[in-house]
Design a protein around this ligand. Structure first.
Ligand code: RI2
Length: 314
């Protein structure tokens, strides 16, 4: 039986009550630990079966951010032992290790990303990324003055979360609608975004609108920096798989009543897009800063030749 925490976490991720690639990964690892603690399995095989079922329930919530399957993979690989007690303890420990690593990775990434930001720089942000904000926080801790132009990020306006966080840190923020981005790029020294997945060729999968912003920034000569801990590297792309782009409910774009008023047009709501490597200057990870074209070396080192599916039913 699935633990209530697993069902709750899965629903929260699907509804975007829990969102952002790193935060989703953390919640998924914690949900597997909750499943391990709650399990009343009598036999090791039954325990493993339950954990795999919980992982599948969590994985099926959102398809694009690879941090989710990477987190599940890490915890399930740590599940080890010949008794239920050992399996439980090792699973909980793996989940705790994972969360600790995630925090460390974000701190290390922030320190590296901060080196790219000079005192007095202005950044332009898109959506809300904790990895991207870690770079700003580290730059502020270094005593640098940073200002921000924050894109609203339709349809869910996660730019508001970014604005609120930056204001809390005392950063001067100018919030603009997405369509104003090009006009303000001349005032910006960097575009700073996060990522939901990085493909083997260095393509960056991130919130819808990132690719348009990157094209405009390239044209303006504004460097584009992607903050993405290695948890965002998508191992399946080394074996030719593509990253699935999540299509979300159309009511996020306009209400049914508004749609009816417009004569019921078709509406599409892709949550992410793909920015090709030639439009990205640097991918900043906790392992250092990489030109996008060389990220595959790190991916191979960390993930071998591709992703495994430890949640598959045996
Ligand atoms: P961190 C978000 O997706 C945004 O696309 C953001 O850039 C990315 O996750 C990474 O976020 P969504 O969950 O892991 O809002 O850097 O659809 O926090």
């Amino acid at each position: 039986m699935l633990a209530p925490e697993v069902e709750e976490t899965a629903d929260d991720i699907a509804e975007m009550e829990v969102r952002g690639a790193a935060t989703i990964a953390r919640a998924a690892a914690e949900a597997l630990a909750a499943q391990a603690r709650a399990s009343d399995a009598d036999a090791p095989a039954e325990f493993r079966h339950e954990l795999r079922a919980a992982a599948r329930r969590l994985k099926d919530t959102r398809p694009t951010a690879v941090s989710l399957p990477n987190a599940l993979r890490y915890v399930l690989k740590g599940m080890d032992g010949g008794s239920v007690a050992d399996l439980r303890a090792s699973t909980v420990e793996a989940a705790e290790d994972f969360v600790a690593q995630l925090d460390r990775a974000q701190d290390d990434l922030g320190a590296i990303g901060a080196n790219r930001l000079r005192d007095g720089d202005t950044i332009m942000t898109h959506c809300h990324s904790t990895d991207a904000l870690a770079c700003v926080e580290a730059a502020l801790d270094d005593g640098k003055h940073v200002e921000a132009v924050v894109k609203e990020t339709r349809p869910r306006k996660q730019g508001h979360i970014t604005a609120e966080q930056l204001r809390e840190w005392g950063v001067p923020v100018t919030l603009v609608v997405d369509n104003a981005a090009r006009r303000y790029l001349d005032d910006c020294d960097h575009v700073l975004v996060g990522a939901d997945s990085i493909a083997a060729d260095g393509s960056v999968v991130n919130k819808i609108g990132t690719s348009m912003l990157a094209v405009a920034a390239r044209e303006r000569g504004t460097p584009i920096m992607v903050a993405a801990q290695t948890l965002k590297l998508h191992p399946d792309t080394m074996t030719g798989h593509t990253v699935e782009i999540e299509m979300r409910d159309e009511t996020e774009v306009l209400s049914d009543a508004e749609r009816a008023d417009l004569g019921n047009p078709d509406v599409e709501n892709p949550a992410f897009d793909v920015t090709p490597p030639r439009h990205v200057d640097a991918i900043v990870t906790e392992r250092g800063q990489f030109p996008p074209e060389s990220i595959v070396t790190l991916m191979r080192e960390l993930y071998g030749e591709g992703g495994t599916e430890p949640w598959a039913e045996e």
